[in-house]
Design a protein around this ligand. Structure first.
Ligand code: AMP
Ligand code: MN
Ligand code: MN
Ligand code: MN
Length: 276
């Protein structure tokens, strides 16, 4: 089977490597087809595509859109869209515009629990201020020794209900799917095992996603356990979803798995790349 990695990040969002380096690293790891899927931003696609072409690796446009569903944050990956589509670009710009203000409020909250200057500190880690993310705050807090790793920062400060967490308005599911489909792309639920949804709510979400024209789910993901893979293998068959595979690589030493270095899709599923 092809080694396809259809989910990863560059410095165009909260990854550690420039987009071209991500593509070169994927090719060196034996990836046959790569999609770069930065959070709410497609600015890295052109450079990644040039580097992928130079390496003889197939490249697919991608993006990971932050949406809000019933009060929680969910991520939708868009694949194989036209990067010049006006509505998609405008929608992504609208999501990005709230991030700086949210980061200021996060820093004000963290100040109340004794952590000073985290806005400036987190910004220092962000290439593009508009893409300031909780991951940049986490890197800063690890950097100043408040926590020993990123996961501990999220568990102590950055998840809902904790002192550095700030509610934020992301896109709605219908808007997000409208932008992806309007640009001729395929919408895929990112790492469905990561959401804290009851089995019943998960099914309601997948039903709404399908009714709106969503076609795929990530079955193989860097953040999935073998139990998640088995569950989403079953759900992909039940809902007749295309199956995707992505590492969610953010950087060397920081991610669950390296580019292309995850289990293949279970046999018998329809890989999403057969629809490109
Ligand atoms: P944001 O888009 O600003 O809400 O930040 C979300 C990002 O934080 C994700 O894309 C991950 O890169 C990172 N992240 C979320 N949860 C965790 C966690 N538990 N441990 C480490 N990184 C996380
Ligand atoms: Mn991220
Ligand atoms: Mn995600
Ligand atoms: Mn991701």
């Amino acid at each position: 089977m092809l080694n396809c990695d259809l989910h990863c990040h560059s410095t165009a969002s909260d990854g550690l490597l420039p987009a071209a380096d991500v593509a070169r690293r994927a090719a060196a790891n034996g990836v046959d087809m790569l999609a770069l899927t930065d959070h709410d931003n497609i600015a890295g696609l052109a450079a990644a595509r040039v580097a992928a072409d130079e390496c003889g690796m197939a490249f697919v446009n991608g993006v990971e859109v932050s949406i809000e569903w019933e009060g929680g944050q969910i991520h939708i990956v868009g694949l194989a869209f036209d990067a010049d589509a006006a509505a998609l670009n405008a929608g992504l710009a609208a999501i990005r515009s709230g991030r700086i203000e949210r980061a200021r409020r996060m820093a004000a909250d963290l100040e109340r629990v004794g952590i000073r200057d985290s806005f400036e500190g987190a910004m220092h880690y962000a290439e593009d201020p508009n893409l300031i993310s909780r991951a940049h705050f986490a890197r800063y807090l690890v950097g100043i020794g408040v926590c020993r790793d990123m996961r501990s920062v999220f568990d102590a400060y950055l998840k809902p209900g904790l002192p550095g967490y700030v509610e934020h308005r992301w896109a709605s599911l219908p808007d997000c799917l409208g932008w992806i489909h309007g640009a001729g792309g395929i919408a895929v639920v990112a790492h469905p095992g990561r959401y804290k949804l009851s089995p019943r709510d998960l099914r309601r979400f997948l039903g709404e996603f399908k009714d709106l024209g969503g076609r795929g789910i990530e079955v193989a993901s860097g953040s999935h356990t073998p139990e998640h893979v088995a569950l989403f293998d079953r759900l992909a068959r039940e809902y007749d979803f295309l199956a995707s595979r992505g590492s969610d690589f953010h950087g060397p030493g920081e991610s669950y798995v390296d580019l292309g270095a995850l289990a293949p899709l279970p046999a018998g599923l329809k890989p999403v790349w057969t629809a490109f």
